[in-house]
Design a protein around this ligand. Structure first.
Ligand SMILES: Cc1cc2nc3c(=O)[nH]c(=O)nc-3n(C[C@H](O)[C@H](O)[C@H](O)COP(=O)(O)OP(=O)(O)OC[C@H]3O[C@@H](n4cnc5c(N)ncnc54)[C@H](O)[C@@H]3O)c2cc1C
Length: 506
């Protein structure tokens, strides 16, 4: 009989992975089970901003905005390869929010969260200026402010990798089927979703970080109940060929008072989102609707010279926000803050369930979760994740975050001079200093093995399988990387054949 785990974490989205990492680093024994791939649901379907949420100021969410802005700087510090600063242009439209209100909101946004490394907001003229160039001529004035961008699914994987490096077990394609209370322990049954093989675990605590399934886990898997609930709100994005030059994004206000982002994406594309649609279906089968595509295009067409229609869309994705249900009247007003519910302790097994949250606040959420769990588990290790780099994030730091990364790209290019510059940049952005595990002693592109398309080499694929739990072509092309956008149409088949051959290798 093996010793009981301290924590069995259900869910390999950002919250489960963040809690597993924090707990493992405090010396707790941890196993995380994810029924699909890491980040295969909401945590790869975000707008991908590490942001305070300027819009939330309208709902007086000052606690959340402050915490998120503080996190913005911390996360930029621990993962400067996959997180980078971005400037957002907010055009002023006099019929919508007044200029004084935008200025006031941005003043608060600049000052509420101890901003150190990112530039402050300012007013900008748009007409006849480069920032206004792609916009319609009636937009004369606006503001520009800072937030950050993140490769969302990679943030999840890096947390899982670091958790594993600190002793956690990470089991993907493994579903919690049920868990029952026996004295002070949980007895849990999990299933490998590919082979059907069952596994039994005992644990002192279960962390229910199942996102949209949090209620399902409580009711169906743990035979329990809760007074807290999540409200599922669908959000969808479209990707179109690049609409403008420059690395800045646009923040558009819609007449229904919702907002939308237009963001440079993967060098050759523009990402547009998101919608806010109440959702009551199966979270694993969420899809964008034709109405959402039309809504997103119509918003862009109110601001940009270039006209967009559904036929411009090259890719799309949708996800559900598992928001903590605070009884708000409409979808946009539901809080983006999180709630933790803790039961058990002493003679009964412990259950901590996560309701709501944002990618931006995952690290702090994990810290709060550990603060609540530690006394019950008799662990007193200190919080540690605020300055410890995520895998690949140990780039030399300077005052301007862009400098760190550019120096790292130059260093990578000089160490492996045979790489095409675009590949060097992509690898640096994806893996940071872990790029050395992929490129190793290679002296030519040929040393990296077969190219599956677009520069995705066998060495990179092997790394993703060996160290990042990638199992399928989709894991590799759409979550570990976004090579799905850049590779030819036969890449998935080639990759699938290679992965099948790799799986049977002795
Ligand atoms: C459209 C949209 C835009 C967003 N934009 C942003 C943004 O720009 N910035 C930001 O900070 N946040 C954003 N968010 C919010 C953010 O994406 C979510 O808050 C976050 O990803 C939720 O993570 P999670 O770990 O709770 O859930 P998930 O990522 O869904 O993870 C939960 C996991 O639990 C697994 N699971 C469920 N049941 C079981 C079981 N029985 N056994 C094993 N595993 C199980 C699921 O398979 C799933 O992978 C956005 C969300 C959406 C939908």
């Amino acid at each position: 009989m093996t010793a009981p785990l301290d924590l069995l974490v259900i869910g390999g989205g950002i919250n489960g992975a963040g809690i597993a990492r924090d707990a493992a680093g405090r010396g707790l024994s941890v196993c995380l089970v994810e029924q699909d791939d890491l980040a295969s649901h909401t945590s790869s379907a975000a707008t991908k901003l590490i942001h305070g949420g300027l819009r939330y100021l309208e709902y007086y969410e000052f606690r959340l905005v402050r915490e998120a802005l503080l996190e913005r700087e911390r996360l930029l510090g621990i993962a400067p390869h996959i997180i980078w600063p971005m400037r957002f242009v907010l055009p002023h439209v006099s019929a919508l929010r007044p200029r004084w209100l935008l200025r006031l909101g941005l003043f608060v946004y600049d000052h509420i969260g101890a901003r150190k490394r990112l530039p402050a907001s300012k007013g900008v003229r748009l007409r006849d200026r480069p920032l206004g160039q792609p916009l319609q001529g009636h937009l004369h004035h606006g503001f520009i402010y800072s937030d950050c961008w993140v490769q969302d699914s990679r943030l999840v994987v890096l947390n899982a990798m670091d958790a594993a490096a600190r002793g956690a077990r990470i089991l993907t394609r493994t579903r919690l089927i049920s868990a029952t209370r026996r004295n002070a322990l949980w007895e849990a049954t999990c299933e490998d979703t590919r082979s059907g093989k069952r596994m039994e675990f005992t644990a002192r605590a279960i962390v229910n970080a199942a996102g949209a399934w949090v209620g399902d886990v409580i009711k169906q898997r743990l035979n329990g109940s809760s007074r807290k609930h999540v409200r599922l709100i669908k959000g969808s994005h479209i990707i179109v060929p690049r609409m403008y030059e420059g690395e800045h994004a646009y923040f558009l206000q819609n007449p229904d008072s919702r907002i939308e982002f237009v963001i440079p994406y993967e060098q050759h594309y523009t990402l547009i989102g998101t919608t806010d649609v109440p959702f009551d279906g199966d979270p694993s089968s969420v899809r964008i609707s034709a109405e959402e595509i039309d809504y997103l295009c119509a918003s862009v067409n109110r601001y940009f010279k270039k006209r967009l229609s559904a036929s411009d869309v090259v890719w799309n994705y949708a996800g559900v926000r598992p928001l903590y249900d605070d009884d708000a009247a409409n979808a946009a007003a539901v809080t983006r803050d999180y709630e933790l519910e803790l039961t058990g302790g002493g003679e009964t097994p412990i259950l901590l369930s996560v309701f709501g949250g944002k990618i931006t606040t995952y690290r702090k959420l994990a810290e709060h979760a550990l603060e609540r769990l530690q006394p019950l588990l008799g662990n007193s290790a200190r919080a540690w994740t605020d300055s410890e780099p995520l895998p690949g994030g140990d780039l030399p730091a300077s005052k301007r975050p862009d400098d760190d990364f550019e120096r790292f790209v130059a260093h990578t290019q000089s160490r492996w001079p045979f790489l095409p510059p675009a590949t060097t940049r992509r690898l640096a952005r994806t893996y940071g200093s872990c790029v050395a595990h992929i490129l190793g002693g290679a002296k030519s592109v040929g040393d990296l093995g077969e190219d599956f398309g677009g520069g995705l080499s066998r060495s990179e694929v092997d790394y993703l399988c060996d160290r990042e739990w990638a199992l399928t072509a989709e894991d590799i092309l759409w979550r570990r990387t976004k090579m799905g956008l850049h590779s030819p149409s036969d890449t998935p088949a080639k990759l699938t054949a290679y992965l099948a051959q790799r799986a049977v290798r002795p």
